[in-house]
Design a protein around this ligand. Structure first.
Ligand code: AFP
Length: 342
């Protein structure tokens, strides 16, 4: 790790994810029943299974397309289906959720009647960056937890259609050279690396603080001809000396949001998926992608904006609401925002 503040001697403390969240609960909410803690343990379990399958995918020939499209009109990969199913199966019976929403489903996913209903709603992208699967590029699962707001015997779409600032927990798991889980409950951002020899996530990145400014800009420049004028001028500024650092930035773009985000979180930098003439509202989804990463980055000292509005303040209008996303180091995001103010 280069410049993020969580590194060096603080790394590899040996504390397991399970111990860490139990300790956090004891320290921050001693009277809590442990529902959120338990929910996180189930998410961790699902992530372990998805991680295992992504690793052996090529071997068991489950790579490749299913040949159909999801509600976003995108091709669905077999592993997307698998990850989606694992998340649902491992979380619906926990008794902690009232409803779920997945990027892969048009409507919310109800908890079957035979299981207890809980106080939380979960939104997730089961396998983000999945178009990269066949090239063995890092992919990930993103999750966001909201407190239930509906009454009645089961949860409703209102439980997930909440502003990002109401999130009680958010995070992601990257399936890369190692499997890394990063989460926040609003009290620091903590990263854990899966030790396959014991099957445990060990605290490797305690209290991550993202650098105030970075050297990296991450954007799909193949879309440049569709960008509006502020975006064009902004990216030119990052590529030249016409930015507040007076030095050109380095370009890094994987096309797998979790991987691009995680790298910039640790090294410092800015990721942008702006609106363009093909996607006038942006491409990325507010609920399963922008909100959880915005919650993580803000808790690590960074910022996330649409260009004109803080991501966590955006009122979701529908489950698959899309937003322009500009996210990363505080000074870089503030610099970007200045281009959209006029
Ligand atoms: P896939 O899950 O279809 O690969 O989409 C990935 C994604 O939602 C996000 O992870 C990337 O940042 C973004 O799309 C990449 O989009 P472009 O390919 O248009 O750059």
């Amino acid at each position: 790790m280069a410049s993020g503040s969580s590194g060096g001697s603080e790394r590899a403390t040996g504390l397991t994810f399970t111990e860490h969240i139990a300790e956090q609960q004891h320290r921050l909410s001693p009277a809590a029943r442990g529902d959120l803690t338990n929910l996180l343990l189930h998410i961790m379990m699902a992530a372990k299974i998805i991680g295992r399958e992504t690793r052996k995918a090529a071997l068991v020939d489950i790579l490749g397309l299913t040949g159909r499209t999801n509600v976003q009109g995108e091709e669905v990969q077999k592993l997307d289906d698998y990850a989606d199913e694992i998340m649902i199966r491992n979380l619906r019976y926990t008794g902690h959720l009232c409803v779920m929403a997945s990027e892969e489903h048009e409507d919310v996913i109800q908890i079957p009647e035979r299981y207890a209903i809980g106080d939380y709603a979960l939104t997730f992208d089961p396998l983000d960056g999945s178009s990269n699967i066949d090239a063995n590029v890092s992919i990930g699962t993103i999750f966001s937890v909201q407190r239930r707001v509906s009454d009645g015997p089961s949860g409703t779409v209102a439980d997930v259609l909440q502003r990002g600032k109401n999130q009680v927990c958010a995070g992601y798991v990257i399936y890369g050279p190692s499997t890394i889980l990063v989460y926040t409950t609003g009290h620091g951002v903590h990263g854990f690396t899966l030790d396959p020899s014991v099957g445990e996530f060990l605290l490797s990145h305690p209290d991550i603080r993202t650098p105030e400014e970075g050297k990296i800009y991450s954007v799909n420049e193949g879309n440049a001809s569709r960008w509006d004028e502020p975006t064009r001028r902004l990216i030119e500024a990052f590529k030249s000396e016409a930015n507040y650092r007076k030095k050109p930035y380095t370009a890094r773009y994987i096309g797998s949001l979790v991987a691009d985000f995680h790298r910039n979180l640790l090294y410092g930098g800015i990721f942008l998926y702006p609106a363009d003439s093909k996607s006038p509202s942006g491409k990325l989804r507010l609920l399963p992608e922008a909100n959880p990463l915005a919650f993580v980055v803000e808790n690590a000292g960074g910022l996330a904006t649409t260009g004109t509005q803080r991501i966590l303040d955006v009122e979701p209008r529908r489950l698959h609401h899309r937003v322009p996303l500009i996210i990363g180091s505080r000074k870089d995001v503030e610099f970007a925002e200045s281009f959209y103010q006029t």
